[in-house]
Design a protein around this ligand. Structure first.
Ligand code: 5GP
Ligand code: ZN
Length: 136
């Protein structure tokens, strides 16, 4: 299903042009318009899913396989030194386009980018309380 007025539906299904790196029946992989680094790409499922919660398990299982293939190609062709896979899920997490997408961000020595969080601190007891909250 496509969603009316979803820019990534339009891009994924070829109604709006993009710099496409790869396409198959499930996905289109494009270059991000505002690249964090050279080669910053987005994996877009062709089926609309707003976020990870809406993504089918079948598509979800294929996303990482696609990411692995794109990553290998980037390493070979761009000679990046590493990469970050990022998926912002929900507005609070920084998601700005409500169509699931996985960022593949090649990293280069001294590229000046920061894709980080501030590590917190907690005790073993606090960790155990959270563990129970999740699994209980
Ligand atoms: P988010 O913040 O939702 O995780 O990431 C959205 C990403 O989509 C951003 O990195 C932004 O640069 C990119 N983006 C937004 N609109 C377009 C577009 O029309 N074309 C392309 N290629 N990238 C887009
Ligand atoms: Zn969509």
């Amino acid at each position: 299903m496509k969603k009316e007025d979803c820019i990534f539906c339009k891009i994924a299904n070829g109604e709006v042009s993009s710099k496409t790196l790869y396409e198959d029946e499930d996905f289109r992989v494009i270059l991000d318009l505002g690249p964090a680094t050279k080669g910053h790409a987005l994996i877009l499922p062709k089926e609309h899913a707003a976020d990870l919660f809406e993504l089918s398990e079948e598509t979800a299982s294929k996303v990482l396989v696609t990411a692995k293939r794109v990553a290998a190609r980037m390493a070979e062709k761009l000679h990046c030194d590493g990469m970050n896979l990022v998926q912002n899920n929900g507005e609070v997490a920084g998601q700005t386009v409500s169509h699931f997408h996985l960022h593949i961000i090649p990293r280069y020595q001294d590229d000046g980018q920061q894709i980080n969080w501030v590590p917190g601190k907690c005790t073993q007891e606090e960790l155990e309380a959270v563990r129970r909250e999740i699994v209980g």
